[in-house]
Design a protein around this ligand. Structure first.
Ligand SMILES: Nc1nc(=O)c2c([nH]1)NC[C@@H]1CN(c3ccc(C(=O)N[C@@H](CCC(=O)O)C(=O)O)cc3)CN21
Ligand SMILES: CC(C)C(=O)C(=O)O
Ligand SMILES: [Mg+2]
Length: 288
């Protein structure tokens, strides 16, 4: 039996998203590699709790990222910088419990891997053992090479994150990265470094579409774009942006597919009005 067949005893070659029947096991990094070979495009969404994760799992989203963006959208921080490994572990465990089929990827938060490979391994091990994630993500190409190599050697799949790396907001700001020949070349170099270190996928955030397209063509592992144009292998969005739940300004690369902020607010007002007016609860909600 080939290595691939051993990883894939059901002989499963259906697409990562939109297969004819629901997958009966979790997506693996091998399924993701196979999707790139087939030239398939696929979606990834962030998730931060079991309930939302179960909705996306049932919708067939094959890969879910417990992003440190939960610091902004769920915990009310200004940036992702204050997010702790404890916070990531609790929410990642919830997302794992809420899913049956998705590969769950946990973001390593700022300060949990920058000290070096040993710290990175300790942090990633926590997410794998205590939360049950199938992979971790860390920011940086060349600069995170030793971390990526050690994690992969230890058996932990690593997703790399390049371009705008929000944990570096204090040096980079929230600006498009990889503009100009030199910066584009550095980005391609970082992506190749991540691949050589054993990363199974690379997130490209806020980079010119042409640069993302070239990186996508140059790599054997899939690229996952966010504000990186239409030619990456996959696309990811912060789910609260995608459903119109995030308040205030959202990045221009986001598309809003629903307006849950309006829906939730309307429901809260309807409930409040009925309580104030004495029309809720009624007989069917009442016990005697
Ligand atoms: N709700 C939310 N959505 C995200 O996509 C997201 C987070 N939070 N938190 C973590 C990071 C931070 N991200 C950001 C934050 C700001 C911009 C931003 O202001 N972008 C400008 C473009 C800047 C330029 O033109 O150079 C924009 O107008 O979209 C982009 C990505 C992406 N991530
Ligand atoms: C935007 C994605 C890639 C992310 O890192 C996050 O949600 O934290
Ligand atoms: Mg993140």
């Amino acid at each position: 039996m080939t290595f691939e067949a051993a990883q894939n005893p059901s002989g499963d070659t259906k697409s990562l998203y939109g297969g004819t029947s629901a997958r009966n096991r979790r997506v693996t990094v091998h399924d993701i590699a196979a999707a790139k070979r087939r030239g398939e495009k696929w979606p990834m969404l962030t998730a931060y709790d079991a309930m939302t994760a179960s909705v996306f799992d049932e919708a067939g989203i094959p890969v879910m990222l417990v992003g440190d963006s939960m610091g902004n959208v769920h915990l009310g921080y200004e940036t992702t910088v204050p997010v702790t490994l404890d916070e990531m572990t609790i929410l990642s465990a919830a997302v794992v419990r809420g899913t049956k089929r998705a590969l769950v990827v946990g973001d390593l938060p700022f300060g949990s891997y920058q000290e070096g490979p040993v710290q990175a391994l300790r942090s990633a091990t926590r997410l794998v053992k205590d939360a049950g994630v199938g992979a971790v993500k860390l920011e940086g190409g060349e600069r995170s090479l030793p971390q990526t190599e050690l994690l992969v050697q230890a058996g932990i799949p690593v997703m790399s994150h390049l371009g705008l790396t929000p944990q570096s907001v204090n040096t980079l700001g929230y600006r498009v990265q990889g503009r100009g020949d030199e910066a584009a070349h550095r980005l391609l170099h970082d992506a190749k470094s991540a691949q050589a270190a054993g990363a199974f996928a690379v997130v490209l955030e806020l980079v010119p579409a042409e640069v993302a397209a070239e990186i996508t063509r140059s790599l054997e592992i899939p690229t996952i774009g966010i504000g990186a144009g239409p030619d990456t292998d996959a696309q990811v969005l912060v789910y609260t942006d995608m459903v119109g739940l995030t308040g205030g300004k959202v990045p221009r690369f986001t598309k809003q597919y629903a307006n849950l902020r309006q829906t939730l607010g309307d429901a809260a007002k309807a409930f409040a009005d009925e309580v104030a007016g004495g029309t809720f609860p009624q007989e069917e909600h009442t016990f005697h």
